[in-house]
Design a protein around this ligand. Structure first.
Ligand code: GLN
Length: 189
């Protein structure tokens, strides 16, 4: 199973290692045509304004939107989650705008630039997920068709809509591969 990882900026290498560890083949994506034969795409964390700018520059915006409409699965972490949102509160920065969510950038406040939290995710079994948040966004509003998978401090931090998955944190920086495995199972469905 070939899964692309958008490699314009941010923590893409870690996602590749994680996906390979789950038995998938990870390919770094920089050009639109590289998306033709992948069944899923991961958009890593980083800086969403930079990732957005580069996506427009490299002609990736429309191509990704088209591939998702054709059935390609997509998973955004942190800045990647911001890229997938229809609404970015207080910002008109470029985005894919595919998922029915409104996100708040840097939503956990300055005092909490980065922190770890343990959360229960019923979908992943009993063991809580230990998550690393780095200047993380959260989901302020989720549409009816969005499934909420986990919350931290009463904020939505994992959500899914059809074949689109988002997490506000960075699972690729831990040893817990359940989220990547979940994404792979979404593709198989
Ligand atoms: N704060 C960043 C942004 O707004 C996201 C941070 C991250 O991806 N770790 O794009």
């Amino acid at each position: 199973m070939k899964i692309g990882v958008l490699a314009l900026q941010g923590a893409f290498r870690e996602h590749c290692w994680m996906l390979e560890g789950c038995g998938a083949t990870a390919v770094e994506i920089r050009k639109p045509e590289e998306l033709d034969d992948v069944v899923g795409l991961v958009i890593p964390g980083g800086e969403s304004t930079t990732i957005g700018k580069l996506m427009v520059q490299w002609g990736l915006m429309e191509k990704i939107q088209d591939r998702v409409r054709e059935g390609m699965a997509i998973y955004g972490t942190c800045a990647g989650m911001i890229m997938l949102a229809k609404e970015i509160i207080g910002s008109d920065q470029p985005r894919l705008g595919l998922m029915d969510i409104a996100v708040k950038r840097n939503g956990f406040g300055r005092q909490r630039e980065s922190f770890e939290a343990s959360m229960s995710v019923p979908e992943f079994g009993e063991e809580p997920v230990q998550a690393v948040f780095i200047r993380a966004p959260y989901i302020e509003i989720a549409g009816e068709n969005v499934k909420i998978l986990a919350m931290v401090n009463e904020k939505i931090v994992i959500a899914q809509q059809d074949k689109m998955l988002v997490t506000a944190f960075h699972p690729e920086l831990t040893n817990d591969n359940r989220i990547h495995n979940y994404f792979i199972s979404m593709i198989k469905e």
